[in-house]
Design a protein around this ligand. Structure first.
Ligand code: APR
Length: 240
């Protein structure tokens, strides 16, 4: 039975009003990415980083899924067990749209994590309060559940598994700067890229080439505007 691998990034949530990373000169909501999203930044200023994620968490409470989130969620239902959707996004807009099986490669804003027992727990949109204790082990070393630069991302094992099991790769709204979508696309005969802008590759081996050259289909549109074309390609692939 054919399976599809979807890798989504910040562009998927852009039309819901959540800013992308690399369209803003290395700033994430006006903060230096390396200060709020690296192990060095975390060691230097735990309070400041915690405040930053508290703000991001509160911010997504009012955000709504856009047409692309809704279509991808319906797709999960239509092809139950055959869509492997891996997202780099830490928002919960796919879940708000009804999706149940999305894998969050870089963590989730609505959970916190215990640094002692490593378990996560749901905090919704609430702020992480000082001296909060872990509901699993009682330790008081709680942190945001977002993978930072300098840390391992255990959920990346899903990427290799998805490459092995899928026959179509779809990349939506990701620059490929963190997860190299060119090297993934090279593993597939069939692939689709959705991005309104042509992006240059980040790999030193493919210098000065465009990412879309490595994909079978390039839909140069915003995610929500690309859904009809994407659905036609998916249905054709699944029925073939
Ligand atoms: N629809 C589709 N794509 C869009 C849209 C849109 N409406 N708007 C922008 N894009 C594209 C941009 O052109 C860009 O190629 O989405 C891409 C977003 O790229 P990045 O900002 O680099 O986001 P992403 O690839 O998700 O970043 C990966 O970097 O900082 C880390 O952990 C963070 O998960 C994040 C990772």
């Amino acid at each position: 039975m054919k399976k599809i691998m979807i890798l989504s990034g910040a562009g998927l949530s852009a039309e819901s009003g959540i800013r992308t990373f690399r369209d803003h000169d290395g700033l994430w909501e006006n903060h230096d990415v390396m200060k709020v999203c690296s192990t060095q930044g975390w060691i230097a200023d735990r309070k400041g980083v915690t405040r930053f994620y508290n703000e991001r968490r509160a911010d997504i409470a009012s955000k709504e899924p856009n047409h692309a989130h809704k279509v991808l969620s319906q797709l999960e239902c239509e092809y139950r067990g055959r869509i492997v959707h891996l997202t780099q996004n830490i928002d919960n807009l796919m879940e708000k749209a009804g999706a149940k099986e999305v894998v969050h490669l870089h963590g989730t804003l609505t959970d916190l994590r215990c640094e002692a027992c490593l378990e996560t727990f749901d905090v919704g949109y609430a702020a992480q309060e000082p001296h909060m204790s872990c509901p699993h082990c009682g330790a008081k070393c709680i942190r945001h559940n977002v993978v930072m630069f300098g840390e391992a991302a255990p959920a990346y094992s899903h990427i290799y598994e998805a490459i092995r099991s899928s026959s179509l790769f779809i990349a939506i709204g990701t620059s490929g700067a963190v997860i190299d979508i060119v090297s993934i696309a090279k593993e597939f005969k069939h692939s689709v890229l959705i991005d309104p802008k042509r992006q240059e590759t980040v790999s030193i081996y493919d210098k000065h080439t465009y990412i879309d050259q490595y994909f079978e289909h390039f839909i140069a549109k915003k995610a929500s505007e690309a859904m009809d074309e994407l659905l036609a390609l998916i249905h054709a692939h699944m029925e073939d």
